[in-house]
Design a protein around this ligand. Structure first.
Ligand code: 59X
Length: 488
């Protein structure tokens, strides 16, 4: 294949900068990047550096002086032709239509699906790339969706693209790119919905489908997705340094080419890598977390939670607890708009960890008496704590599945009691029922409840704890800057 002839000059690959060069060449000098090729290259390198198995090492003989084991062109070529062969043989070759059909997409999904190992631990690391599929017949949930898109590209259907929520992946296709189809499974013990359209039922209101605001990838953003999915972990405590360095370099390449603009999670991933080991001359990780939030607010109507939990995690790790409370309250302002469903376990675990592990840890540290500028005396922090919990309560309201249980209450009571009573007394809680109701029901509101809410709101009952406070500290839990998920 001609493609490989012009790649010959780059091989054998022995260092990270040559891999970056190969990716740059695919991203800038081809009609469209070949995502199967790039997934195989990234997969071979990742697996040779993170697995102890000799087979992966046979793929590339390690040499002392280089940071990467040698990667031969024929290794990549063999795997590439194997993938092409699997797809081609299973789908009748004559590509009659210029756009994919649901049947075609389902057929490619079936080919991948039916060629996977019968049963394996689906959440294992390093199951996301075509290398894993071609050498181990194993893929994780994301990997199946990615392989379907790569399969369609290899058949010449350039309208099939990857659509990503914060915890699921599917495809869009057709003349206007507006057809959608499930192509992989989600979660444990759920019947897969492959072939079906996305989120028509109540699942449409679940966080899993981000209120129909998924990241719809271009070919270049699919490269960003495969790079984001690179997993440097060697084991539960260590990362393979060269793999995370390669991932960081490739994410900066994609960032500079503008392919992360509409991909908040990829910007967040880059922020995490920069926090660990920052590159000279690059924006600080704090800025990247802010850019991820700005991207979600600009392109996805602020319906994504993770940009705020990326930022909150950063503040927490760096002991910036007041800022962390603000980020987590902003994350909660997003989740309040959804109905909790059984498919939302991942984000449930995220909020549970913040409420029952991270915040209690902050309380312990702050009430140990050694913090000079303790947040326990800051009404803003107390207000953001309440906004955080209020969002979770709102999330539960109107959902078929409950969110909160007694396990949440103990840490909450414990946390609230740590704030000084005079701090708590300074809070001015303004009820904002109508907006919530409208936002949650996509703008509709049945007349009865809107009348009811109308009266409540017009009376604008201001609940002041105890005496009306006139202190300058009096703050409104809905300060204009962070109404509905703004950042401070
Ligand atoms: C703040 C956090 C807990 C840190 N890492 C997080 N993630 C790690 C990276 N993640 C991702 N990063 C890039 N792209 C994607 S697409 C997708 C849904 C399955 F296809 C997940 C995901 C998921 C979220 S969120």
């Amino acid at each position: 294949m001609a493609r490989f002839r012009d790649l010959e000059s780059l091989f054998p690959i022995t260092n990270i900068s040559t891999v970056v060069h190969l990716f740059r060449n695919e991203l800038e000098n081809t009609p469209e990047p070949d995502i199967a090729l790039l997934s195989i290259v990234a997969g071979v390198i990742e697996n040779s550096l993170t697995s102890r198995s000799s087979s992966a090492l046979q793929m590339c003989e390690p040499v002392e002086q280089n940071s990467l084991p040698i990667l031969q062109l024929e290794t990549v070529e063999t795997l590439y032709h194997k993938f092409h062969g699997i797809i081609k043989s299973a789908v009748d070759s004559n590509k009659s239509k210029s756009f994919a059909t649901r049947e075609l997409v389902k057929k490619v999904s079936d080919v991948i699906w039916n060629s996977l190992t019968r049963s394996y631990y689906k959440d294992r690391a390093h199951l996301q790339s075509l290398y894993s599929y071609l050498t181990g017949s194993k893929l994780d949930c994301f990997g199946v969706a990615f392989a379907v898109v790569a399969g369609c590209q290899s058949l010449g259907y350039n309208d099939v693209h990857l659509a990503l929520s914060e915890d699921h992946a599917w495809v869009v296709f057709g003349e206007n790119g507006t057809e959608t189809a499930e192509v992989t499974w989600h979660g444990k013990g759920n019947e897969d919905k492959r072939g079906q359209e996305i989120g028509k039922g109540i699942s449409a209101r679940s966080w899993l489908y981000v209120n129909n605001k998924p990241v719809v990838c271009t070919r270049h953003m699919e490269v960003a997705a495969l790079v984001s999915a690179i997993n440097p972990s060697l084991n539960s405590t260590h990362d393979a340094f060269e793999v995370s360095l390669l991932q960081q370099e490739l994410l900066w390449l994609l960032y500079d080419l503008g392919h992360l603009k509409k991909y908040p999670m990829a910007i967040g991933n880059l922020g995490d890598l920069e926090e660990i080991s920052s590159k000279v001359g690059r924006v600080p990780c704090k800025t990247l977390f802010e850019e991820a939030i700005a991207s979600a607010r600009t392109y996805y109507n602020n319906q994504h939670v993770y940009p705020y939990t990326y930022q909150g995690g950063y503040f927490y790790r760096n002991k910036l607890y007041q800022e962390a409370f603000e980020s987590w309250a902003n994350a909660s302002d997003v989740i309040r708009l959804y109905n909790y469903s059984r498919d939302d376990e991942e984000i449930y675990k995220e909020f549970l960890e913040i409420a029952n592990e991270l915040i209690p840890h902050i309380m312990k540290v702050e009430s140990s008496g050694f913090s000079a500028n303790t947040i326990l005396k800051k009404p803003e922090c107390f207000a953001n704590l309440l906004r955080f919990y209020d969002g979770i309560c709102k999330w539960e309201e109107g959902s078929a599945t409950p969110v909160l249980h007694i396990g949440w209450a103990k840490p909450l009571v414990n946390t609230i009691s740590k704030f000084d009573s005079d701090v708590r007394a300074q809070l001015n809680i303004v009820c904002d029922k109508l907006e919530d109701k409208l936002l949650k029901n996509g703008g509709e509101c049945d007349t009865a409840s809107s009348e009811k809410i109308e009266t409540d709101t017009t009376e604008a009952k201001e609940i002041r704890n105890g005496k009306p406070s006139t202190s300058k500290e009096e703050i409104d839990t809905r300060t204009t800057s962070n109404k509905r998920g703004g950042t401070s």
